[in-house]
Design a protein around this ligand. Sequence first.
Ligand SMILES: O=C(O)CCC(=O)C(=O)O
Ligand SMILES: [Fe+2]
Length: 310
Amino acid sequence: MQSALSELPAGVQKVPADAPVDYVIRLLKRDGGVFVSGLVSAGDVEKAYDECRERLDNDMEWDGNFFPKETQRAPGLIGLSTTYTKTQLMNPLYHAVCDHFLTTRSWFWWGDERKESVSKPYVHSCVALRIGPGGKAQPLHRDDYIGHNIHDEVQEWDDTRDMCRETAVGLFVAGCKITKQNGGTAFIPGSHLWGTDRKNPPDVNLCQHAEMDKGDAFIMLASTFHGGGTNSTKDEQRLMFSTFVTRGYLRQEENQFLAVAPEKARQYPREVLEYMGYSLSDPACGTVEQMDPIYAILPELKSEAKYKDF
Ligand SMILES: O=C(O)CCC(=O)C(=O)O
Ligand SMILES: [Fe+2]
Protein backbone atom coordinates (compact mmCIF):
# COMPACT_ATOMS: atom_id res chain seq x y z
CA MET A 1 0.00 0.00 0.00
CA GLN A 2 2.83 2.42 0.80
CA SER A 3 4.47 2.09 -2.59
CA ALA A 4 1.01 2.65 -4.13
CA LEU A 5 0.75 6.00 -2.30
CA SER A 6 3.96 7.22 -3.84
CA GLU A 7 2.62 6.47 -7.31
CA LEU A 8 -0.36 8.83 -6.96
CA PRO A 9 -0.44 12.04 -9.04
CA ALA A 10 1.11 14.99 -7.22
CA GLY A 11 -1.03 17.47 -5.30
CA VAL A 12 -4.50 17.33 -3.76
CA GLN A 13 -6.71 15.68 -6.36
CA LYS A 14 -10.20 16.29 -7.71
CA VAL A 15 -11.85 13.01 -8.72
CA PRO A 16 -15.18 12.33 -10.46
CA ALA A 17 -18.12 11.17 -8.34
CA ASP A 18 -17.80 7.64 -9.77
CA ALA A 19 -14.10 7.32 -8.87
CA PRO A 20 -13.21 3.97 -7.28
CA VAL A 21 -13.55 4.14 -3.49
CA ASP A 22 -10.13 2.61 -3.11
CA TYR A 23 -8.53 5.43 -5.02
CA VAL A 24 -10.29 8.08 -2.93
CA ILE A 25 -9.10 6.31 0.23
CA ARG A 26 -5.50 6.21 -0.95
CA LEU A 27 -5.58 9.93 -1.74
CA LEU A 28 -6.96 10.67 1.72
CA LYS A 29 -4.17 8.64 3.33
CA ARG A 30 -1.60 10.73 1.52
CA ASP A 31 -3.16 14.22 1.56
CA GLY A 32 -5.85 14.24 4.26
CA GLY A 33 -8.37 15.63 1.78
CA VAL A 34 -9.76 14.99 -1.69
CA PHE A 35 -12.20 16.86 -3.93
CA VAL A 36 -15.06 15.06 -5.64
CA SER A 37 -16.70 16.88 -8.53
CA GLY A 38 -20.47 16.80 -8.88
CA LEU A 39 -21.13 14.55 -5.88
CA VAL A 40 -24.57 16.13 -5.46
CA SER A 41 -26.74 17.65 -8.20
CA ALA A 42 -27.15 21.43 -8.23
CA GLY A 43 -30.92 20.89 -7.91
CA ASP A 44 -30.57 18.81 -4.74
CA VAL A 45 -28.19 21.34 -3.21
CA GLU A 46 -30.67 24.15 -3.93
CA LYS A 47 -33.51 22.12 -2.44
CA ALA A 48 -31.47 21.39 0.68
CA TYR A 49 -30.75 25.12 0.98
CA ASP A 50 -34.47 25.93 0.71
CA GLU A 51 -35.15 23.47 3.51
CA CYS A 52 -32.68 25.04 5.95
CA ARG A 53 -32.61 28.66 4.85
CA GLU A 54 -35.01 29.89 7.53
CA ARG A 55 -32.79 28.43 10.26
CA LEU A 56 -29.72 30.08 8.69
CA ASP A 57 -31.50 33.43 8.42
CA ASN A 58 -32.46 33.32 12.09
CA ASP A 59 -29.18 32.14 13.58
CA MET A 60 -27.75 33.91 16.62
CA GLU A 61 -24.32 35.53 16.57
CA TRP A 62 -21.44 33.38 17.87
CA ASP A 63 -19.77 34.73 21.00
CA GLY A 64 -16.07 33.92 20.55
CA ASN A 65 -13.59 33.59 17.68
CA PHE A 66 -14.38 30.13 16.33
CA PHE A 67 -16.94 31.68 13.96
CA PRO A 68 -16.97 35.31 12.80
CA LYS A 69 -20.19 37.21 13.49
CA GLU A 70 -20.91 37.09 9.74
CA THR A 71 -21.26 33.29 9.78
CA GLN A 72 -24.70 31.79 10.17
CA ARG A 73 -25.34 28.15 10.91
CA ALA A 74 -28.13 25.65 10.48
CA PRO A 75 -27.31 22.70 12.76
CA GLY A 76 -29.49 19.61 13.14
CA LEU A 77 -29.76 19.27 9.36
CA ILE A 78 -31.38 15.83 9.53
CA GLY A 79 -34.36 17.47 11.20
CA LEU A 80 -34.46 20.33 8.73
CA SER A 81 -33.77 18.81 5.34
CA THR A 82 -34.75 15.42 4.00
CA THR A 83 -32.97 16.34 0.76
CA TYR A 84 -29.68 16.93 2.59
CA THR A 85 -30.13 13.65 4.46
CA LYS A 86 -30.86 11.63 1.36
CA THR A 87 -28.31 13.14 -1.01
CA GLN A 88 -25.42 14.09 1.30
CA LEU A 89 -25.47 12.28 4.64
CA MET A 90 -26.38 8.97 3.02
CA ASN A 91 -24.05 9.32 0.02
CA PRO A 92 -22.62 5.86 -0.79
CA LEU A 93 -19.08 7.04 -1.62
CA TYR A 94 -18.87 8.98 1.66
CA HIS A 95 -20.20 5.96 3.58
CA ALA A 96 -17.63 3.66 2.01
CA VAL A 97 -14.83 6.07 2.94
CA CYS A 98 -16.15 6.38 6.51
CA ASP A 99 -16.49 2.60 6.81
CA HIS A 100 -12.85 2.25 5.85
CA PHE A 101 -11.41 4.82 8.24
CA LEU A 102 -13.86 4.53 11.14
CA THR A 103 -14.90 0.91 11.57
CA THR A 104 -13.43 -0.51 14.78
CA ARG A 105 -12.69 -4.23 15.05
CA SER A 106 -11.58 -5.74 18.34
CA TRP A 107 -11.60 -9.09 20.04
CA PHE A 108 -12.03 -9.98 23.71
CA TRP A 109 -12.00 -13.01 25.95
CA TRP A 110 -15.49 -13.95 27.09
CA GLY A 111 -14.74 -16.84 29.42
CA ASP A 112 -12.80 -19.17 27.19
CA GLU A 113 -14.49 -17.91 24.05
CA ARG A 114 -12.75 -15.42 21.79
CA LYS A 115 -15.33 -12.79 20.82
CA GLU A 116 -14.99 -10.35 17.98
CA SER A 117 -16.81 -7.04 17.91
CA VAL A 118 -17.24 -4.69 14.98
CA SER A 119 -18.36 -1.15 15.78
CA LYS A 120 -19.61 0.75 12.76
CA PRO A 121 -19.39 4.53 12.21
CA TYR A 122 -22.34 6.86 12.77
CA VAL A 123 -23.30 10.52 12.53
CA HIS A 124 -21.17 13.07 14.36
CA SER A 125 -22.63 16.40 13.18
CA CYS A 126 -24.68 17.90 10.34
CA VAL A 127 -24.63 21.67 9.84
CA ALA A 128 -24.92 24.22 7.04
CA LEU A 129 -22.49 27.13 7.26
CA ARG A 130 -23.01 30.44 5.50
CA ILE A 131 -20.17 32.95 5.71
CA GLY A 132 -21.29 36.49 4.94
CA PRO A 133 -19.18 39.28 3.36
CA GLY A 134 -16.46 40.48 5.75
CA GLY A 135 -16.35 37.23 7.76
CA LYS A 136 -12.82 36.60 9.05
CA ALA A 137 -11.04 33.25 8.76
CA GLN A 138 -11.47 30.72 11.53
CA PRO A 139 -8.46 29.68 13.58
CA LEU A 140 -6.88 26.62 11.93
CA HIS A 141 -7.89 23.55 13.89
CA ARG A 142 -8.32 19.80 13.74
CA ASP A 143 -11.93 18.76 14.12
CA ASP A 144 -10.90 15.67 16.07
CA TYR A 145 -9.81 17.81 19.03
CA ILE A 146 -13.51 17.47 19.92
CA GLY A 147 -12.93 13.80 20.74
CA HIS A 148 -9.55 14.34 22.44
CA ASN A 149 -7.72 12.58 19.63
CA ILE A 150 -3.96 12.72 20.22
CA HIS A 151 -1.65 12.07 17.26
CA ASP A 152 1.89 10.77 16.91
CA GLU A 153 3.91 12.42 14.16
CA VAL A 154 4.26 10.04 11.19
CA GLN A 155 5.94 10.39 7.82
CA GLU A 156 3.47 8.35 5.82
CA TRP A 157 0.23 6.50 6.41
CA ASP A 158 0.64 2.88 7.50
CA ASP A 159 -2.44 0.70 7.20
CA THR A 160 -1.71 -1.46 10.23
CA ARG A 161 -0.32 1.14 12.59
CA ASP A 162 -2.91 3.78 11.63
CA MET A 163 -6.05 1.64 11.67
CA CYS A 164 -7.39 3.59 14.66
CA ARG A 165 -5.71 6.93 13.92
CA GLU A 166 -8.79 8.77 12.72
CA THR A 167 -11.86 9.41 14.85
CA ALA A 168 -13.93 11.30 12.26
CA VAL A 169 -14.27 12.03 8.55
CA GLY A 170 -15.88 15.15 7.10
CA LEU A 171 -17.88 15.80 3.96
CA PHE A 172 -18.09 19.43 2.84
CA VAL A 173 -20.54 20.03 -0.01
CA ALA A 174 -20.57 23.36 -1.84
CA GLY A 175 -23.97 25.07 -1.66
CA CYS A 176 -22.84 27.72 -4.15
CA LYS A 177 -19.73 28.45 -6.16
CA ILE A 178 -17.03 28.55 -3.50
CA THR A 179 -13.84 30.53 -4.04
CA LYS A 180 -10.89 31.56 -1.93
CA GLN A 181 -12.36 35.08 -1.98
CA ASN A 182 -15.76 34.14 -0.57
CA GLY A 183 -14.37 31.99 2.24
CA GLY A 184 -13.48 28.58 0.78
CA THR A 185 -12.21 26.31 3.56
CA ALA A 186 -8.46 26.67 4.13
CA PHE A 187 -6.66 23.40 4.81
CA ILE A 188 -3.09 22.14 5.07
CA PRO A 189 -2.49 19.15 2.79
CA GLY A 190 -0.72 16.34 4.63
CA SER A 191 -1.28 17.80 8.11
CA HIS A 192 -3.24 14.69 9.15
CA LEU A 193 0.18 13.08 9.61
CA TRP A 194 1.36 15.70 12.11
CA GLY A 195 1.94 15.00 15.75
CA THR A 196 -0.14 16.77 18.38
CA ASP A 197 2.97 17.93 20.24
CA ARG A 198 4.50 20.00 17.42
CA LYS A 199 5.99 23.12 18.98
CA ASN A 200 4.71 25.58 16.36
CA PRO A 201 1.10 26.41 15.57
CA PRO A 202 -0.25 25.53 12.11
CA ASP A 203 1.06 28.01 9.55
CA VAL A 204 -1.63 29.67 7.41
CA ASN A 205 0.91 30.03 4.61
CA LEU A 206 0.78 26.26 4.08
CA CYS A 207 -2.95 26.39 3.36
CA GLN A 208 -4.73 25.54 0.17
CA HIS A 209 -8.35 26.66 -0.27
CA ALA A 210 -11.28 24.42 -1.10
CA GLU A 211 -12.60 25.99 -4.29
CA MET A 212 -15.63 24.18 -5.63
CA ASP A 213 -18.63 24.49 -7.89
CA LYS A 214 -22.10 24.01 -6.46
CA GLY A 215 -22.55 20.30 -5.69
CA ASP A 216 -18.81 19.52 -5.57
CA ALA A 217 -17.50 18.00 -2.37
CA PHE A 218 -14.37 17.96 -0.26
CA ILE A 219 -13.87 14.84 1.84
CA MET A 220 -11.44 15.45 4.70
CA LEU A 221 -9.99 13.44 7.55
CA ALA A 222 -10.89 15.27 10.77
CA SER A 223 -7.22 15.36 11.77
CA THR A 224 -6.37 17.67 8.86
CA PHE A 225 -5.75 21.26 9.96
CA HIS A 226 -8.37 23.52 8.38
CA GLY A 227 -10.76 26.40 8.98
CA GLY A 228 -13.38 28.47 7.19
CA GLY A 229 -11.67 31.13 5.06
CA THR A 230 -12.06 34.92 5.07
CA ASN A 231 -14.95 36.17 2.96
CA SER A 232 -13.36 39.24 1.38
CA THR A 233 -16.19 39.84 -1.09
CA LYS A 234 -18.68 42.68 -0.75
CA ASP A 235 -21.80 40.75 -1.62
CA GLU A 236 -21.27 36.98 -1.78
CA GLN A 237 -22.42 34.49 0.80
CA ARG A 238 -20.47 31.25 1.01
CA LEU A 239 -22.81 28.34 1.67
CA MET A 240 -21.43 24.94 2.58
CA PHE A 241 -23.00 21.82 4.06
CA SER A 242 -20.73 20.14 6.59
CA THR A 243 -21.20 16.55 7.72
CA PHE A 244 -19.00 14.56 10.08
CA VAL A 245 -19.19 10.88 10.90
CA THR A 246 -17.39 9.30 13.86
CA ARG A 247 -16.59 5.91 15.39
CA GLY A 248 -19.63 4.13 16.80
CA TYR A 249 -18.38 4.05 20.39
CA LEU A 250 -17.45 7.74 20.60
CA ARG A 251 -19.81 10.47 21.73
CA GLN A 252 -21.47 12.44 18.94
CA GLU A 253 -20.57 16.09 18.53
CA GLU A 254 -24.21 16.86 17.84
CA ASN A 255 -26.61 14.83 19.93
CA GLN A 256 -28.91 13.44 17.27
CA PHE A 257 -31.46 12.11 19.77
CA LEU A 258 -32.22 15.63 20.98
CA ALA A 259 -31.26 17.62 17.86
CA VAL A 260 -33.84 15.81 15.72
CA ALA A 261 -37.37 15.47 17.05
CA PRO A 262 -38.34 11.77 17.35
CA GLU A 263 -41.46 12.31 15.24
CA LYS A 264 -39.27 13.75 12.46
CA ALA A 265 -36.68 10.96 12.84
CA ARG A 266 -39.41 8.33 12.52
CA GLN A 267 -40.20 9.58 9.01
CA TYR A 268 -36.81 8.34 7.80
CA PRO A 269 -35.96 4.83 6.64
CA ARG A 270 -34.41 2.54 9.23
CA GLU A 271 -30.92 2.90 7.70
CA VAL A 272 -30.99 6.65 8.42
CA LEU A 273 -32.16 6.03 11.99
CA GLU A 274 -29.37 3.52 12.49
CA TYR A 275 -26.82 5.99 11.15
CA MET A 276 -28.12 8.64 13.55
CA GLY A 277 -27.38 6.33 16.46
CA TYR A 278 -30.61 4.39 16.85
CA SER A 279 -28.51 1.25 16.60
CA LEU A 280 -26.06 -0.62 18.79
CA SER A 281 -22.38 0.01 18.55
CA ASP A 282 -21.08 -3.51 18.93
CA PRO A 283 -20.69 -4.91 21.49
CA ALA A 284 -22.98 -2.88 23.72
CA CYS A 285 -23.01 0.92 23.43
CA GLY A 286 -26.30 2.74 23.14
CA THR A 287 -28.77 0.30 24.63
CA VAL A 288 -32.27 1.18 25.80
CA GLU A 289 -33.85 -1.35 28.16
CA GLN A 290 -30.66 -3.38 27.49
CA MET A 291 -31.65 -3.80 23.85
CA ASP A 292 -30.94 -2.17 20.49
CA PRO A 293 -32.32 1.41 20.65
CA ILE A 294 -34.14 0.95 17.33
CA TYR A 295 -37.03 -0.55 19.35
CA ALA A 296 -37.36 2.67 21.34
CA ILE A 297 -37.77 4.83 18.23
CA LEU A 298 -39.72 2.23 16.20
CA PRO A 299 -41.87 0.49 18.85
CA GLU A 300 -43.74 -1.34 16.07
CA LEU A 301 -40.62 -3.54 15.74
CA LYS A 302 -40.76 -4.52 19.43
CA SER A 303 -42.33 -7.90 18.74
CA GLU A 304 -38.98 -9.04 17.26
CA ALA A 305 -36.98 -7.69 20.25
CA LYS A 306 -35.23 -10.00 22.68
CA TYR A 307 -32.29 -9.88 25.08
CA LYS A 308 -29.06 -11.09 23.51
CA ASP A 309 -25.44 -11.55 24.54
CA PHE A 310 -23.15 -8.74 23.49
O1 LIG B 1 -16.74 26.86 7.24
C1 LIG B 1 -15.77 26.16 6.93
O2 LIG B 1 -15.22 26.22 5.85
C2 LIG B 1 -15.20 25.18 7.92
C3 LIG B 1 -15.93 25.12 9.21
C4 LIG B 1 -15.21 24.38 10.25
O3 LIG B 1 -14.10 23.97 10.09
C5 LIG B 1 -15.85 24.09 11.54
O4 LIG B 1 -16.92 24.62 11.83
O5 LIG B 1 -15.28 23.29 12.32
FE1 LIG C 1 -13.59 22.47 11.53
